[in-house]
Design a binder for this molecule. Structure first.
Ligand SMILES: Nc1ncnc2c1ncn2[C@@H]1O[C@H](COP(=O)(O)OP(=O)(O)O)[C@@H](O)[C@H]1O
Ligand SMILES: [Mg+2]
Length: 247
């Protein structure tokens, strides 16, 4: 099993939308586990047809497996997840042990993280083979990036493990029609250079519809949805290739 962590300590940058679509995309051909570590439960709601009775909070308490419920299995969020932040730091390693115990149960695991650098996010990072960082295009996105990269390096150094593959900063709600966003994107590309993911997810109405219907955007009708589907699938094609997730 290979583990992809989707993180950014900022909220509202498109993390959960990316993870939901990654779950649908990978489960077309791979045994896929999705873990919702955000107490907001948005991902759990969107992927409600695939829930395991095992809650993600259980993975921090003791080494716990999430038995597959189908080609897509979701370890759901709960309010108790907040309690993980008050728990002893050993819960970070316990979560890693839980992930390792499922090495043969799944081909890929995708983890959605809360918008904070906390025990849950560190547990995810300690388990990560690869990290994808959705970003918003605004004046602050660059400032947050240094902190994000420090957290990835810091966790690996602290636990003396190899760093996960950094897949890049992915503009995830990019408004192509806004001149301001296009300008900011260009300056971001100059500053962040090779840290940028080679692709993006544009801001499109089809995503709201997809979330409310609990269906991927590529199942929505119309040419706008088709464009959205092709675009986001292209992102995951690249992720799969980088993570060597063959069929
Ligand atoms: N590409 C997109 N186009 C339009 N709306 C989007 C897009 N990506 C996400 N959204 C919407 O923006 C809001 C924040 O996205 P979300 O994935 O929940 O971000 P995060 O998990 O980083 O907080 C949600 O209402 C979501 O439906
Ligand atoms: Mg989210």
């Amino acid at each position: 099993m290979k583990t992809l962590v989707v993180m950014n300590e900022k909220g509202g940058v498109g993390k959960t939308n990316i993870v939901a679509h990654a779950g649908w995309y990978f489960s077309e051909r791979l045994r896929t586990l999705v873990i919702d570590l955000d107490a907001q439960r948005n991902l759990t709601t969107t992927l409600g047809a695939h829930l395991s009775p095992v809650e993600s909070v259980n993975l921090f308490a003791e080494a716990t497996r999430v038995p597959p419920v189908g080609s897509l299995t979701v370890a759901q969020s709960s309010r108790d997840l907040m309690g993980v932040e008050a728990a002893d730091r050993t819960c970070i390693e316990t979560f890693r042990d839980s992930i390792e115990s499922m090495a043969d149960d799944y081909d890929v695991c995708v983890i959605d993280t809360p918008p904070a650098l906390n025990n849950r996010t560190f547990g995810a990072l300690l388990s990560a083979d690869a990290v994808l960082a959705p970003i918003g295009i605004n004046d602050y996105s660059i400032q947050g990036v240094a902190e994000l990269l420090r957290a990835i390096k810091g966790v690996s150094a602290h636990y003396q493990r190899a760093e996960p593959l950094f897949l890049g900063l992915l503009p995830s709600i990019y408004d192509r029609k806004s001149r301001r966003e296009r300008e900011l994107f260009e300056s971001l590309a100059e500053q962040a250079g090779k840290l940028l993911f080679p692709g993006m997810v544009a801001k499109r109405d089809a995503y709201a519809k997809a979330a409310s219907e609990s269906e991927p955007v590529w199942n929505m009708k119309g040419s706008a949805a088709r464009d959205a589907g092709n675009e986001i699938r292209g992102v995951f094609d690249h992720v799969a290739q980088q993570m060597e997730l063959g069929a």
